[in-house]
Design a protein around this ligand. Structure first.
Ligand SMILES: *[C@@H]1O[C@H](CO)[C@@H](O)[C@H](O)[C@H]1NC(C)=O
Length: 237
């Protein structure tokens, strides 16, 4: 009995050992889209947020905060907020903020973002031109992604939330969480220094920060590589 308990304790990272990994981004910034999916088949460079999460979900507390470079005060209404890539981006930030608050399952939240970003990369393989994503495409893409089995959210609920005061309240919270910064995307590990803007490898950086006993297998192969020209490869996205 005692032995079983001990093994169970070793198998899962204890809450204290978990690495807090927070990504700050916005829904339509090309580099944000590219960074989230970096390391996938669509973006074969050093691992970004999604691949890190897939590799290390047992040892991380992952969160994505979607406010980015927006300005304004959501508590004063939707018109009081200006997003870097226009009102379609604001709509995306609201939908993702609602998804995060209505559906606490982090797997589902991140799968929704992964599905959305992948769809943009597939739709615009040479990069995301300014204004390419209109309101219809935003809503249709998010809606289609909600039906993915690993997302499984009710789009009507997201829409209702994003169109009303709840969405604005959630967006305010995202704004409050966002630290001062010079650009997006950026990742913060354990509320410490900013790491992994490109070109760093996020899997390797999180492995390095993990102090638990049993490093996940993905850590063995992960190498921090800051020399590769990550930025130029992903800047299309
Ligand atoms: C929205 O964007 C899509 C994809 O670029 C395009 O096919 C569609 O015609 C646009 N719709 C409107 C209403 O502009």
């Amino acid at each position: 009995m005692k032995l079983t308990l001990a093994l169970a304790t070793i198998a899962a990272a204890s809450a204290a050992d978990k690495v807090k990994v927070t990504l700050y981004e916005e829904s339509l910034c090309p580099a944000c889209v590219g960074y989230f999916d970096a390391g996938t088949d669509l973006q074969p460079v050093n691992s970004g947020f999604w691949v890190m999460y897939e590799n290390l979900k047992d040892i991380v507390d992952a969160e994505v905060v979607m406010w980015g470079n927006a300005v304004g005060d959501p508590s004063q209404g939707a018109d009081a907020v200006t997003c870097q890539h226009g009102e379609v981006e604001c709509r995306g930030n609201l939908l993702f903020g609602c998804a995060k608050n209505l559906y606490p399952d982090v797997d589902a939240q991140l799968s929704l973002i992964h599905c959305f970003d992948s769809a943009l990369i597939v739709a615009f393989p040479a990069g995301l031109p300014s204004g390419a994503v209109n309101m219809t495409m935003m809503d249709d893409t998010v809606k289609a992604c909600t039906t993915e089995s690993d997302v499984n959210m009710d789009y009507d609920k997201l829409d209702e939330c994003a169109s009303g005061d709840d969405g604005l309240a959630y967006l305010s919270a995202e704004k409050d969480k966002t630290p001062g910064h010079s650009g997006v995307p950026f990742t913060v590990i354990n509320d410490g220094d900013v790491v992994c803007p490109p070109p760093d490898d996020l899997t390797a950086a999180v492995c390095e920060a993990y102090t638990g006993l049993k490093k996940p297998e993905a850590c063995t192969a992960a190498v921090r590589n800051q020399e590769e020209s990550w930025t130029s490869k992903v800047s299309l996205y």
